[in-house]
Design a binder for this molecule. Structure first.
Ligand SMILES: Cc1ncc(COP(=O)(O)O)c(C=O)c1O
Length: 374
C-alpha cells in the first residue's frame, strides 16, 4: 500500500537533513548532469542504478519582463512544457517508477486526467514494466494516443478523474498492480520537489534570489505540495531563509482548493459538476487537500480563480508575444495576473514566477474556443 495502513493518510519520505546540512553544499549540484537526479541525496532512490531517466528536469526560467497585466511586476516563466511527454508529470513519474522498481514493483496503474498517464506510460516503458491508465472518456485524443503509444493499457471511464479513480481502485483490487495515484503513494511528490530545487538553484546561479511568489495551476495538488516540501527542506539545510508565496490558480468551474482557502476551511469539499477546458485542472475532490492548503497557507500564499474564457487569450498572448507554447493549464497563471495585481497579492517591484506545467503543442486554441462556445 502507498498510504498509512492505520489512518489512510499520505506517507511522506523523510531524509537525514542534519547530516546533509553538514556534508552537502548547494554548489555540489552544479557540476552534475542537468536532469533531476542531480539532487540524488534528497530523493528516495537508494541505488543510482535504479534511477530511470529520459532527461527530465533542468527546464529553463525565462524572463518576460514587465507587462500591463501586472504593472511593475517582473514576470518569469519556468517552462516544463519541454520535459519528456510534454508536462511536469515526468518529474513525479521518473522518481515514483524508479523507486517502486527498486522495491520490486513491475506493474502499475493510475487514474489520471491524462498527462500523468502519459508520463507513467513512458517511464514504465523505460523500466520495462507494464502500465494501465484510467482516464475520463473526454480526455483529449492526443493524450490518450500518447499513453497507448508508450504501450500502456488505456481504460476510459465516463465522468471525471474522481470517477476514474473509483473504477480503477475497484477493478484493481487484488490485481497486484501498484497504485501511483496522486498523493496515494509518497514518491511522485519527491519528484515534484525538484521544481522547487531548480527554482532555488537557477535563481541562485543568476544571483537574483528566490522569486517573491510562484503562481501555479492547481489540480490534484502534487506540484504545490512538492514545491512546499522542497523549500522546507532547503530551509532546514540552511540554504533558504524565506520561501516564495505559493499561489494556487484554479478555473472558476472547478475550484475546490480556492474555495477552501477563501473559507478558511481545514479541507476541500468535493466540487459538484466540475467543468473546465483545462483537463489537468478538472480535479473535483483532491486527495489530501489538507496538505495542499497547508502549502499555500504556510508559505503566505493565496488562491485565485480564472474563468475558462481567459485561458485561450492567455495561450495566444504567451505564444505571440514570447514564442511560448503553453497548454490551457499553463495559461492559467498568466490569466490570473490582473486579478492578483488588483487584489495586491502580487505587487510592483516583486519578481513573480509563473509555472508552465505543460506544452501547448497538441492543443488547438481555436478548437478550445469552439469547446467554450458550445
Ligand atoms: C498540465 C497540467 N498542469 C497542472 C496539473 C495539476 O497538477 P497538480 O495540481 O497535481 O500539481 C495537471 C494535472 O493533471 C496537468 O496535467
Amino acid at each position: 500500500v502507498g498510504t498509512c495502513p492505520t489512518c489512510g493518510h499520505t506517507l511522506s519520505a523523510e531524509y537525514d537533513l542534519e547530516t546533509a546540512r553538514r556534508e552537502l553544499r548547494p554548489d555540489a549540484f552544479s557540476r552534475r548532469a542537468p536532469d533531476l537526479w542531480r539532487y540524488f541525496e534528497l530523493l528516495p532512490v537508494r541505488d543510482p542504478r535504479h534511477a530511470l531517466t529520459l532527461g527530465e528536469g533542468g527546464s529553463p526560467i525565462l524572463d518576460l519582463g514587465e507587462r500591463a497585466e501586472a504593472p511593475g511586476v517582473r514576470l518569469l516563466v519556468k517552462d516544463d512544457g519541454r520535459l519528456p511527454t510534454g508536462t511536469f508529470k515526468a518529474r513525479g513519474m521518473a522518481v515514483a517508477v524508479s523507486r517502486a522498481r527498486e522495491l520490486g514493483v513491475r506493474s502499475f496503474f493510475v487514474p489520471t486526467a491524462g498527462n500523468a498517464g502519459a508520463a507513467l506510460a513512458a517511464y514504465a516503458a523505460r523500466a520495462r514494466a507494464s502500465a494501465r491508465v484510467y482516464v475520463p472518456e473526454d480526455t483529449p485524443a492526443a493524450i490518450l494516443e500518447s499513453c497507448a503509444t508508450f504501450g500502456a493499457d488505456v481504460v476510459t471511464v465516463p465522468g471525471t478523474i474522481a470517477d476514474a479513480g473509483r473504477v480503477a481502485r475497484e477493478r484493481e483490487k487484488g490485481s497486484g498492480r501498484f497504485d501511483v495515484s496522486t498523493l496515494r503513494e509518497p514518491y511522485r511528490v519527491e519528484g515534484k520537489k525538484t521544481m522547487g530545487f531548480e527554482i532555488f538553484e537557477q535563481t541562485r546561479a543568476a544571483d537574483v534570489g528566490l522569486p517573491d511568489a510562484v503562481v501555479y495551476p492547481a489540480g490534484g495538488g502534487t506540484g504545490l505540495v512538492g514545491m512546499y516540501k522542497a523549500f522546507r527542506e532547503l530551509e532546514r539545510l540552511g540554504w533558504v531563509e524565506r520561501m516564495p508565496r505559493l499561489i494556487a490558480v484554479q478555473p472558476e468551474g472547478c475550484a475546490p482548493i480556492v474555495r477552501a482557502l477563501d473559507a478558511g476551511a481545514p479541507r476541500a469539499e468535493p466540487w459538484a459538476d466540475a467543468r473546465t477546458i483545462a483537463p489537468g485542472l478538472r480535479v473535483p475532490s483532491p486527495f489530501a487537500s489538507e496538505r495542499i492548503l497547508e502549502a499555500v497557507r504556510e508559505s503566505g500564499g493565496c488562491g485565485v480563480t480564472v474563468p475558462d474564457r481567459a485561458l485561450v487569450p492567455a495561450m495566444r498572448t504567451l505564444a505571440r508575444d514570447f514564442g511560448l507554447a503553453v497548454g490551457p493549464e499553463g495559461a492559467a497563471p498568466f490569466a490570473a495576473l490582473p486579478e492578483l495585481a488588483r487584489r495586491g497579492r502580487i505587487r510592483p517591484a516583486e519578481r513573480v514566477l509563473l509555472y508552465n506545467t505543460g506544452s501547448g503543442i497538441g492543443y488547438s486554441p481555436s478548437e478550445l474556443e469552439r469547446a467554450l462556445g458550445g
